[in-house]
Ligand binder design. Sequence first.
Ligand code: ADP
Ligand code: ASP
Ligand code: MG
Length: 598
Amino acid sequence: MPLIVQKFGGSSVADTQKILAAARKAIRAAQAGNQVVVVVSAMGKTTNHLIDLAKELTERPSTREMDMLMSSGEQVTIALMAIALQSLGHKAVSMTAAQIGIKTDNSHMRARIKSISTESIRKALDSGQIVIAAGFQGIDDDGNITTLGRGGSDTSAVALAAALNADQCEIYTDVDGVYTTDPRLLPEARKVAQISYDEMLELASLGAGVMHSRSIEFAKKFGVAVHVRSSFSDTDGSFIVAQPESDAAVSGCAVAKNEARITIVGVPDKPGSAMRIFSKIAEARIPTDMIVQNIGQEGKADMSFTIPQADLIATMDVLQAVCKEIGAERLEHEENVAKVSVVGLGMEQQSGVAQRAFRAISEKGISISMITTSEIRISALVSLEEAASTLRAVHAEFGLHAPPKNPSKNLTAPHKTSAAKNMHPSELDGEMSLARISGMEDIIIENITLDRSQARVTLPQVPDKPGVAAEMFEKIAAAGIVVDMIVQSCGRNGQAMISYTIPRELLEKALDVSQKLVAEWGVAEPRHNPAIAILAVRGTGLRSHTGLAFRMFQTLADAEINVNLVSMSERCMAITVEDSRGDEGLSLLKAEFAKNIM
Ligand code: ADP
Ligand code: ASP
Ligand code: MG
C-alpha cells in the first residue's frame, strides 16, 4: 500500500477549524488508498509565545528546559489532530517523538536526527490508523527531549518519509508552493513548478523560510519526493526533485535579514591563525558565512564574516578567547546588515551572472559591503534598510518575475528518485532496522578535489562605492576572462579589497585590465599569485554541518597551511591555498574525511 507523509505547518493548524480542514485532507488521502502519517507543528505562533514566556524570566534560559517548553506546542497539536480525525470517524493515534523513537544527538535546540524507529508507526498504520507525529522534537540517548531548531517540523516530516520509505512527502503551508523569492517580500515573485534539491537547499539555507534547510538534505540523501503546497486549496504546488526541467541561470533569490557581521581587526598574518579562528567558531556549532579577509598592514590582516544574529553573543564569547590566544587587536560587530543571495544551477554553465547582479544592485545606488561567490550562489551583504530594494533589483535582473520561456509540461508528482535506490535497497523496504538508518543526518561527502589550474588577482584598494565591482567584472568579462571565485572584503576608510580567481593562462590579460582600472581610480597596484591551489569538498548540507567546517579548518590550521579565499555553499566548501601546499592539503583532508566519503 502506498504511504504518504503530510506535514501541516503552524498557520495550517492555527485553530480547530483549520485542524479539521487538515484532518479532512488526511482522510481523503487515506480513502484514496494510502497509509497516512501526518506531521504537525505547534498551533499558530505558539512556539514564539512559549519562548517569550521564558524570556520574561531570563535572557539565557537553559537549553534543556527550552526544549522541554517548546516541544509542548507540538504535543497539543497532535492530540487535537487525532481528536479531530476521530470526530470525523477515522481511526487515529497521536505519537510524540519519544513514542515513535526519533533519536537525536544531545545538542539542545539544534539537535540532529540520528535514527528513527519505524516499528510503532508501522504497527499503527497496519491496524488502519492515521498516525499523527509531533514535528520538531526528538529524544536523546538519555531520554531528554530535544528540538531540531526553529522550523524543524519540515525536517521531521522528510526524515520520517525517508525512514518509512514513503512514496511522497507533502508539505502543506500558507503559500501554494516555492516561489522565486518570498512572495511576502516581493509580490511579483512567481511560483516555480519544480526546483532541484541543490537549489532549494541553498535557498533555504540562505533565508528562504518556506522549508527548513535540513529537510532538503534528507530529501536529497534519501531521494524523497517533496511536494510543497497550500493547506487552503487543492491545486498542485511545487515539486522538489533531483533534476528539474530548467535551463535558467538563476532560479531564485533569498534574503537573510537576521544576520550579523563580525570583523576581527589586526589578526597576525601567520599560517593557520585564520583557520584557528573559524575552527573554534564551528566547534561551537555556529555556522559562519561570507568569510573575507583584507590584506593588512605590517603583517596583520582584518577578517570579516557573517553569522546568524541569534548566535552573536555565543560567537563573541568564543572570539574573545581566541583573539587573546592569537594576538588579534579587537572585535567589531554590525547587526544592521542583510545578506541577499541569488541561486541557480545554471550559473555553472553561464558566465556573467555575478556582474549582472552587481550592476543591477549598483544601479539602485546601493553599496555592497561584502561579496562572496560559490558555484551556484552569489551573495552580497548590504544594509538592512536596502535589503528589499536589493532583492527586487536582482529578482528583476534575472527576469524571475516573468513566466518561464519553456514552461514544464504535464508535471506529475515525482516519486522516489534514483538517490532513494542508493539509500534504500529494495530488501530494506518495509520494516527498516534502527541500525541501518543510524546517523541519518551524518555528513556525506561526495568527493574532495584539488584544482591547480587557477591564479589569483587582488586589488587591495578599491573605492568603496556603488558600481565599482560591476564595472570591474564587466571589463574583465569584456576581455574574454571567465572568473571563478569572487570575494570583496568589508570596506575600511572608503576602500575595499577585491580578490578573484581565473584560469592561470588568463592572468596576463586579467592583470592588464586590473592595472588600467587602478590607474583610473588612482589606487594601489593589483597584487597577484600566478599559481594557487583550490581545495574543494563536495557533498550535501556542508555549510550547516558546522562539524565539517570545523574539521576542515582545524586540519589545515594544524598543518599551518595558509588559506586565502573561502567560498561556501551547502554543496561545496572551497578554499584557496599556496600551490606548493595543495597536494599536502588534499591528502590531509582526504585522510580526515575518509569515513564520510561516499
Ligand atoms: P509553516 O508554518 O507552514 O512551516 P513557514 O512560515 O515556515 O510556514 O513558511 C511559509 C512562508 O515562507 C511563506 O508564508 C512565505 O512568506 C515564506 N517564504 C520565504 N521564502 C519563500 C519562497 N521562496 N517561496 C515561498 N515562500 C517563501
Ligand atoms: N513549532 C516549531 C517552530 O515554530 C517548528 C515548526 O514550526 O516547524 O519553529
Ligand atoms: Mg516552516
